[in-house]
Ligand binder design. Structure first.
Ligand SMILES: C[S@@+](CC[C@H](N)C(=O)[O-])C[C@H]1O[C@@H](n2cnc3c(N)ncnc32)[C@H](O)[C@@H]1O
Length: 290
């Protein structure tokens, strides 16, 4: 991503969660905090996407369709990751590329934990400003790190992360924005700080022409609507097959136990899944260090 600007894809996925709150997989998915992290114009688009009727303005309608599609993926990946964090029950949770992830303010499993929110400095500054009025459920430490250039281990040591205690690592929606080399380097760095029993949850994208075409379409929508195009500033750089991801994680001592696509997860939750191909291209892998 560009170094001076906060992530706009972080806003987009936050909007997706706000659209889905109380509308999809009720009882399994809830994110009442997401809307509180949005600015007025971003919130207005969410309200339009939650309304039963489509806006009459064509450009607004395109944004609504895009946010509704985004919401479908957010429900599946959020529940799968929440469940993995809660199941692991660790006292240390590191969120890599946290963006506007609302877990520090809403997830009960973090009450007794210290959560390290790691993100690119520009995105982190924006997230801190937006969440200023909120109180985290547990202890929250901010760790500004550019995963392409900075030393993750040094930054985590400075922030008080304890490599001798088991950690749950959450890496949601970030892998596509890093190069393959940066992905490998990040896994190597976190593996060095992972005591036995540590859990790594990775949400990533597989390569497919439908995913690429969907992204092109979203870019077009954003351009047409003059919403500002986050996808150009944040191009996809690395897409992984489940086999390649499992092989790379195993090399670093994290054998994969589960790896499901978002369509399968949405099916289990009974949440909306009209964007079947797009959902099928997103995956959540859970790996545990023996
Ligand atoms: C699509 S957002 C996902 C945010 C959050 N994980 C979520 O799912 O809501 C992508 C995130 O990756 C972060 N990111 C992208 N490149 C990065 C880098 N080189 N170093 C650190 N974070 C990066 C962005 O700052 C942004 O927060």
């Amino acid at each position: 991503m560009e170094t001076a600007r906060a992530s706009r894809t972080a806003v987009l996925v936050c909007q997706g969660r706000a659209v889905a709150d109380g509308r999809a997989a009720v009882g399994r998915f809830a994110d009442p905090v997401a809307v509180r992290l949005l600015r007025d114009d971003e919130r207005r688009a969410v309200e339009q996407a939650r309304a039963p009727e489509l806006p009459s303005d064509v450009r607004e309608r395109l944004v609504v369709e895009m946010l509704r599609a985004t919401a479908q993926g957010m429900v599946a990946r959020t529940v799968a990751i929440d469940d993995a964090i809660t199941g692991a029950g660790h006292r240390q949770v590191v969120i890599l590329g946290a963006g506007l992830d609302t877990r520090p303010w809403r997830l009960g499993a973090l009450r007794e934990a210290v959560t390290f929110a790691v993100d690119h400095p520009a995105s982190q500054a924006d997230a801190r400003e937006r969440s200023d009025a909120l109180t985290p459920v547990g202890r929250l430490e901010y760790v500004p790190v550019d995963l392409s250039t900075d030393d993750l281990g040094v930054a985590l040591t400075r922030a008080g992360h304890d490599p001798a205690a088991a950690t749950t690592w959450v890496w949601e929606g970030v892998v596509p924005y890093l190069t393959d080399d940066d992905v490998r380097a990040t896994v190597a760095a976190l593996a060095e700080r992972s005591a036995p029993g540590s859990v790594l949850v990775v949400q990533y994208q597989t390569r497919s022409w439908t995913a690429t075409a969907g992204r092109q379409l979203s870019r077009l929508v954003l351009r047409l609507t003059r919403t500002g195009d986050p996808l150009t500033a944040e191009p996809w750089r690395s897409l992984w097959s489940p086999k390649a991801m499992a092989g790379m994680l195993a090399e670093h001592g994290f054998p994969v136990e589960e790896d499901d696509d978002l369509l399968t997860i949405a099916g289990r939750l009974g949440s909306p899944a009209t964007r079947r191909r797009s959902l099928a291209n997103g995956r959540v892998a859970v790996a545990t260090r023996p």
